[in-house]
Design a protein around this ligand. Structure first.
Ligand code: FAD
Length: 394
């Protein structure tokens, strides 16, 4: 029997393409789909309002004193009219029935001909002691940014948990916005997992010179209210008094909805090269997704960045429009938005054996068996991203 013959018939062949989530992944796949198909009804259901904004801007908008509404590049109503979609705002999909091809929401039940899960990721919340542990903030949406910005007064004292990409970007942005910044991290230097040690030391020095205060090899244990501020206890015994605590310790793919529907998940929703889950007519892309096309050593990977979403959206739109297309990810370097010392990072695949080697001033190559498998560009060398990308053996 052919694969086609074994697939179950579509229960709602005249139903909509239903997209859950209005982040970059949700809107990008709809935009790409509409270039190919202007007729099929599209229903987008989202827990937020559906305004289109560039999430990367959230970690470098404070210094420019950008209000949340200034970060909206296209309001939801304009997305709806331009793309010809029906949008259900502030509506959470609570469950999916993959047999009947229906999603359940607080506003009713909706059938789908094809379903795309673009539910993103959730900020990881570390268990902390103290009566103000719940006051720790994270910024992973425009609404989070609005709440965080509302907490900041002129020259606020801000403690950032985590010296990774987002922690360093916020540290740079907050200091430029004339706030006082303390960063707490269990490691020994910023972006330690991504950078060769000298580049990490250079970033550390640049941010120190700007005014960032670091607390290495320790963690936040407890957050207590103290007058109008917070007393933060570190594992090394120190106590820091701050006005705002921001956690940037990482994100976890939001797989709850898929999991409860019996769709295969691991560290994300598992999809094949066509971005299809193990459920008929159900696809996924974005921060919630673990891509077979990004496998290393047979293990699929999550790719929580903009470029993978753009690539996945183009391929998935083709598949949804009836032209099955596998996603192939090119090399996708990431720019670190620390204007005091900009960086471009193209790390080697996980578990690649090799060493970082200085190629030129400000250019590092990750070399494995004599081949370049990754690179880091520092400062002015970030302009050489296209040229350096050509050297990497993917
Ligand atoms: C501060 C910050 C800076 C970043 N900087 C960069 C950068 O410089 N470069 C880069 O490449 N990447 C960067 N990223 C990562 C990039 O922004 C993300 O990969 C991308 O925006 C994720 O888009 P998404 O659509 O998958 O998820 P999201 O934007 O999280 O969207 C998920 C959507 O799903 C909805 N949703 C979730 N559950 C439900 C439900 N049950 N029912 C209905 N709706 C639901 C949500 O409301 C939301 O609309 C950054 C991320 C952050 C947080």
């Amino acid at each position: 029997m052919s694969e086609q013959a074994m697939t179950s018939p579509n229960k709602h062949p005249q139903g909509p393409l239903l997209v859950v989530g209005s982040g970059l992944a949700g809107w990008s796949v709809v935009r790409e789909f509409r270039k190919l198909d202007t007729q099929t009804p599209v229903l987008m259901i989202t827990a937020d309002v559906g305004d289109f904004y560039a999430k990367p801007a959230l970690s470098n908008a404070l210094a420019q004193n950008k209000a949340p509404e200034q970060l909206v590049t296209t309001p939801a109503e304009r997305m709806v009219s331009t793309l010809g979609v029906t949008l259900l705002q502030r509506t959470a999909v609570t469950s999916i029935d993959v047999q009947t091809q229906e999603v359940h929401t607080s506003k009713g039940t909706f059938g789908y001909r094809q379903l795309v899960l673009a539910t993103g990721a959730q900020a990881i919340r570390l268990p902390l002691a103290g009566d103000a542990a719940q006051a720790v903030m994270s910024v992973n949406s425009l609404a989070d940014y609005a709440a965080f910005r509302a907490q900041l007064k002129p020259q606020s004292r801000v403690l950032i948990m985590g010296a990774g990409l987002i922690g360093c970007e916020f540290a740079n942005d907050l200091v430029l916005g004339e706030h006082t910044v303390q960063v707490v991290d269990p490691g020994a230097s910023p972006l330690a997992a991504l950078l060769p040690e000298p580049a990490s030391a250079q970033l550390r020095q640049a941010l120190t010179d700007l005014g960032v205060n670091w607390h290495w090899q320790t963690t936040v244990q407890a957050v207590h209210r103290q007058d109008n501020a917070y007393a933060v206890q570190l594992a090394n015994g120190q106590e820091l008094i701050v006005d705002v605590v921001l956690s940037s310790v990482g994100l976890r793919a939001d797989t709850a909805l898929a999991q409860s529907a019996g769709i295969a998940t691991d560290r994300g929703v598992l999809v094949d090269a066509h971005l299809k889950t193990n459920a008929e007519h159900v696809y996924a892309l974005g921060d919630n997704t673990q891509y077979a096309s990004a496998s290393v050593g047979g293990v699929a990977r999550t790719l929580p960045f903009v470029m993978p979403i753009m690539n996945a959206a183009k391929a998935l739109a083709q598949t949804l429009a009836g032209n099955p297309t596998a996603v192939v990810f090119p090399l996708m370097p990431v720019a670190v938005k620390t204007p005091t010392l900009p960086l471009v990072v193209s790390p080697p695949a996980p578990a690649t054996q090799g060493t970082w080697q200085a190629a030129h001033e400000g250019i590092w190559h990750f070399v494995s068996d004599g081949k370049v498998r990754g690179f880091v560009l520092v400062g002015a060398q970030t302009s050489r991203r296209a040229e350096q990308s050509k050297l990497v053996l993917v």
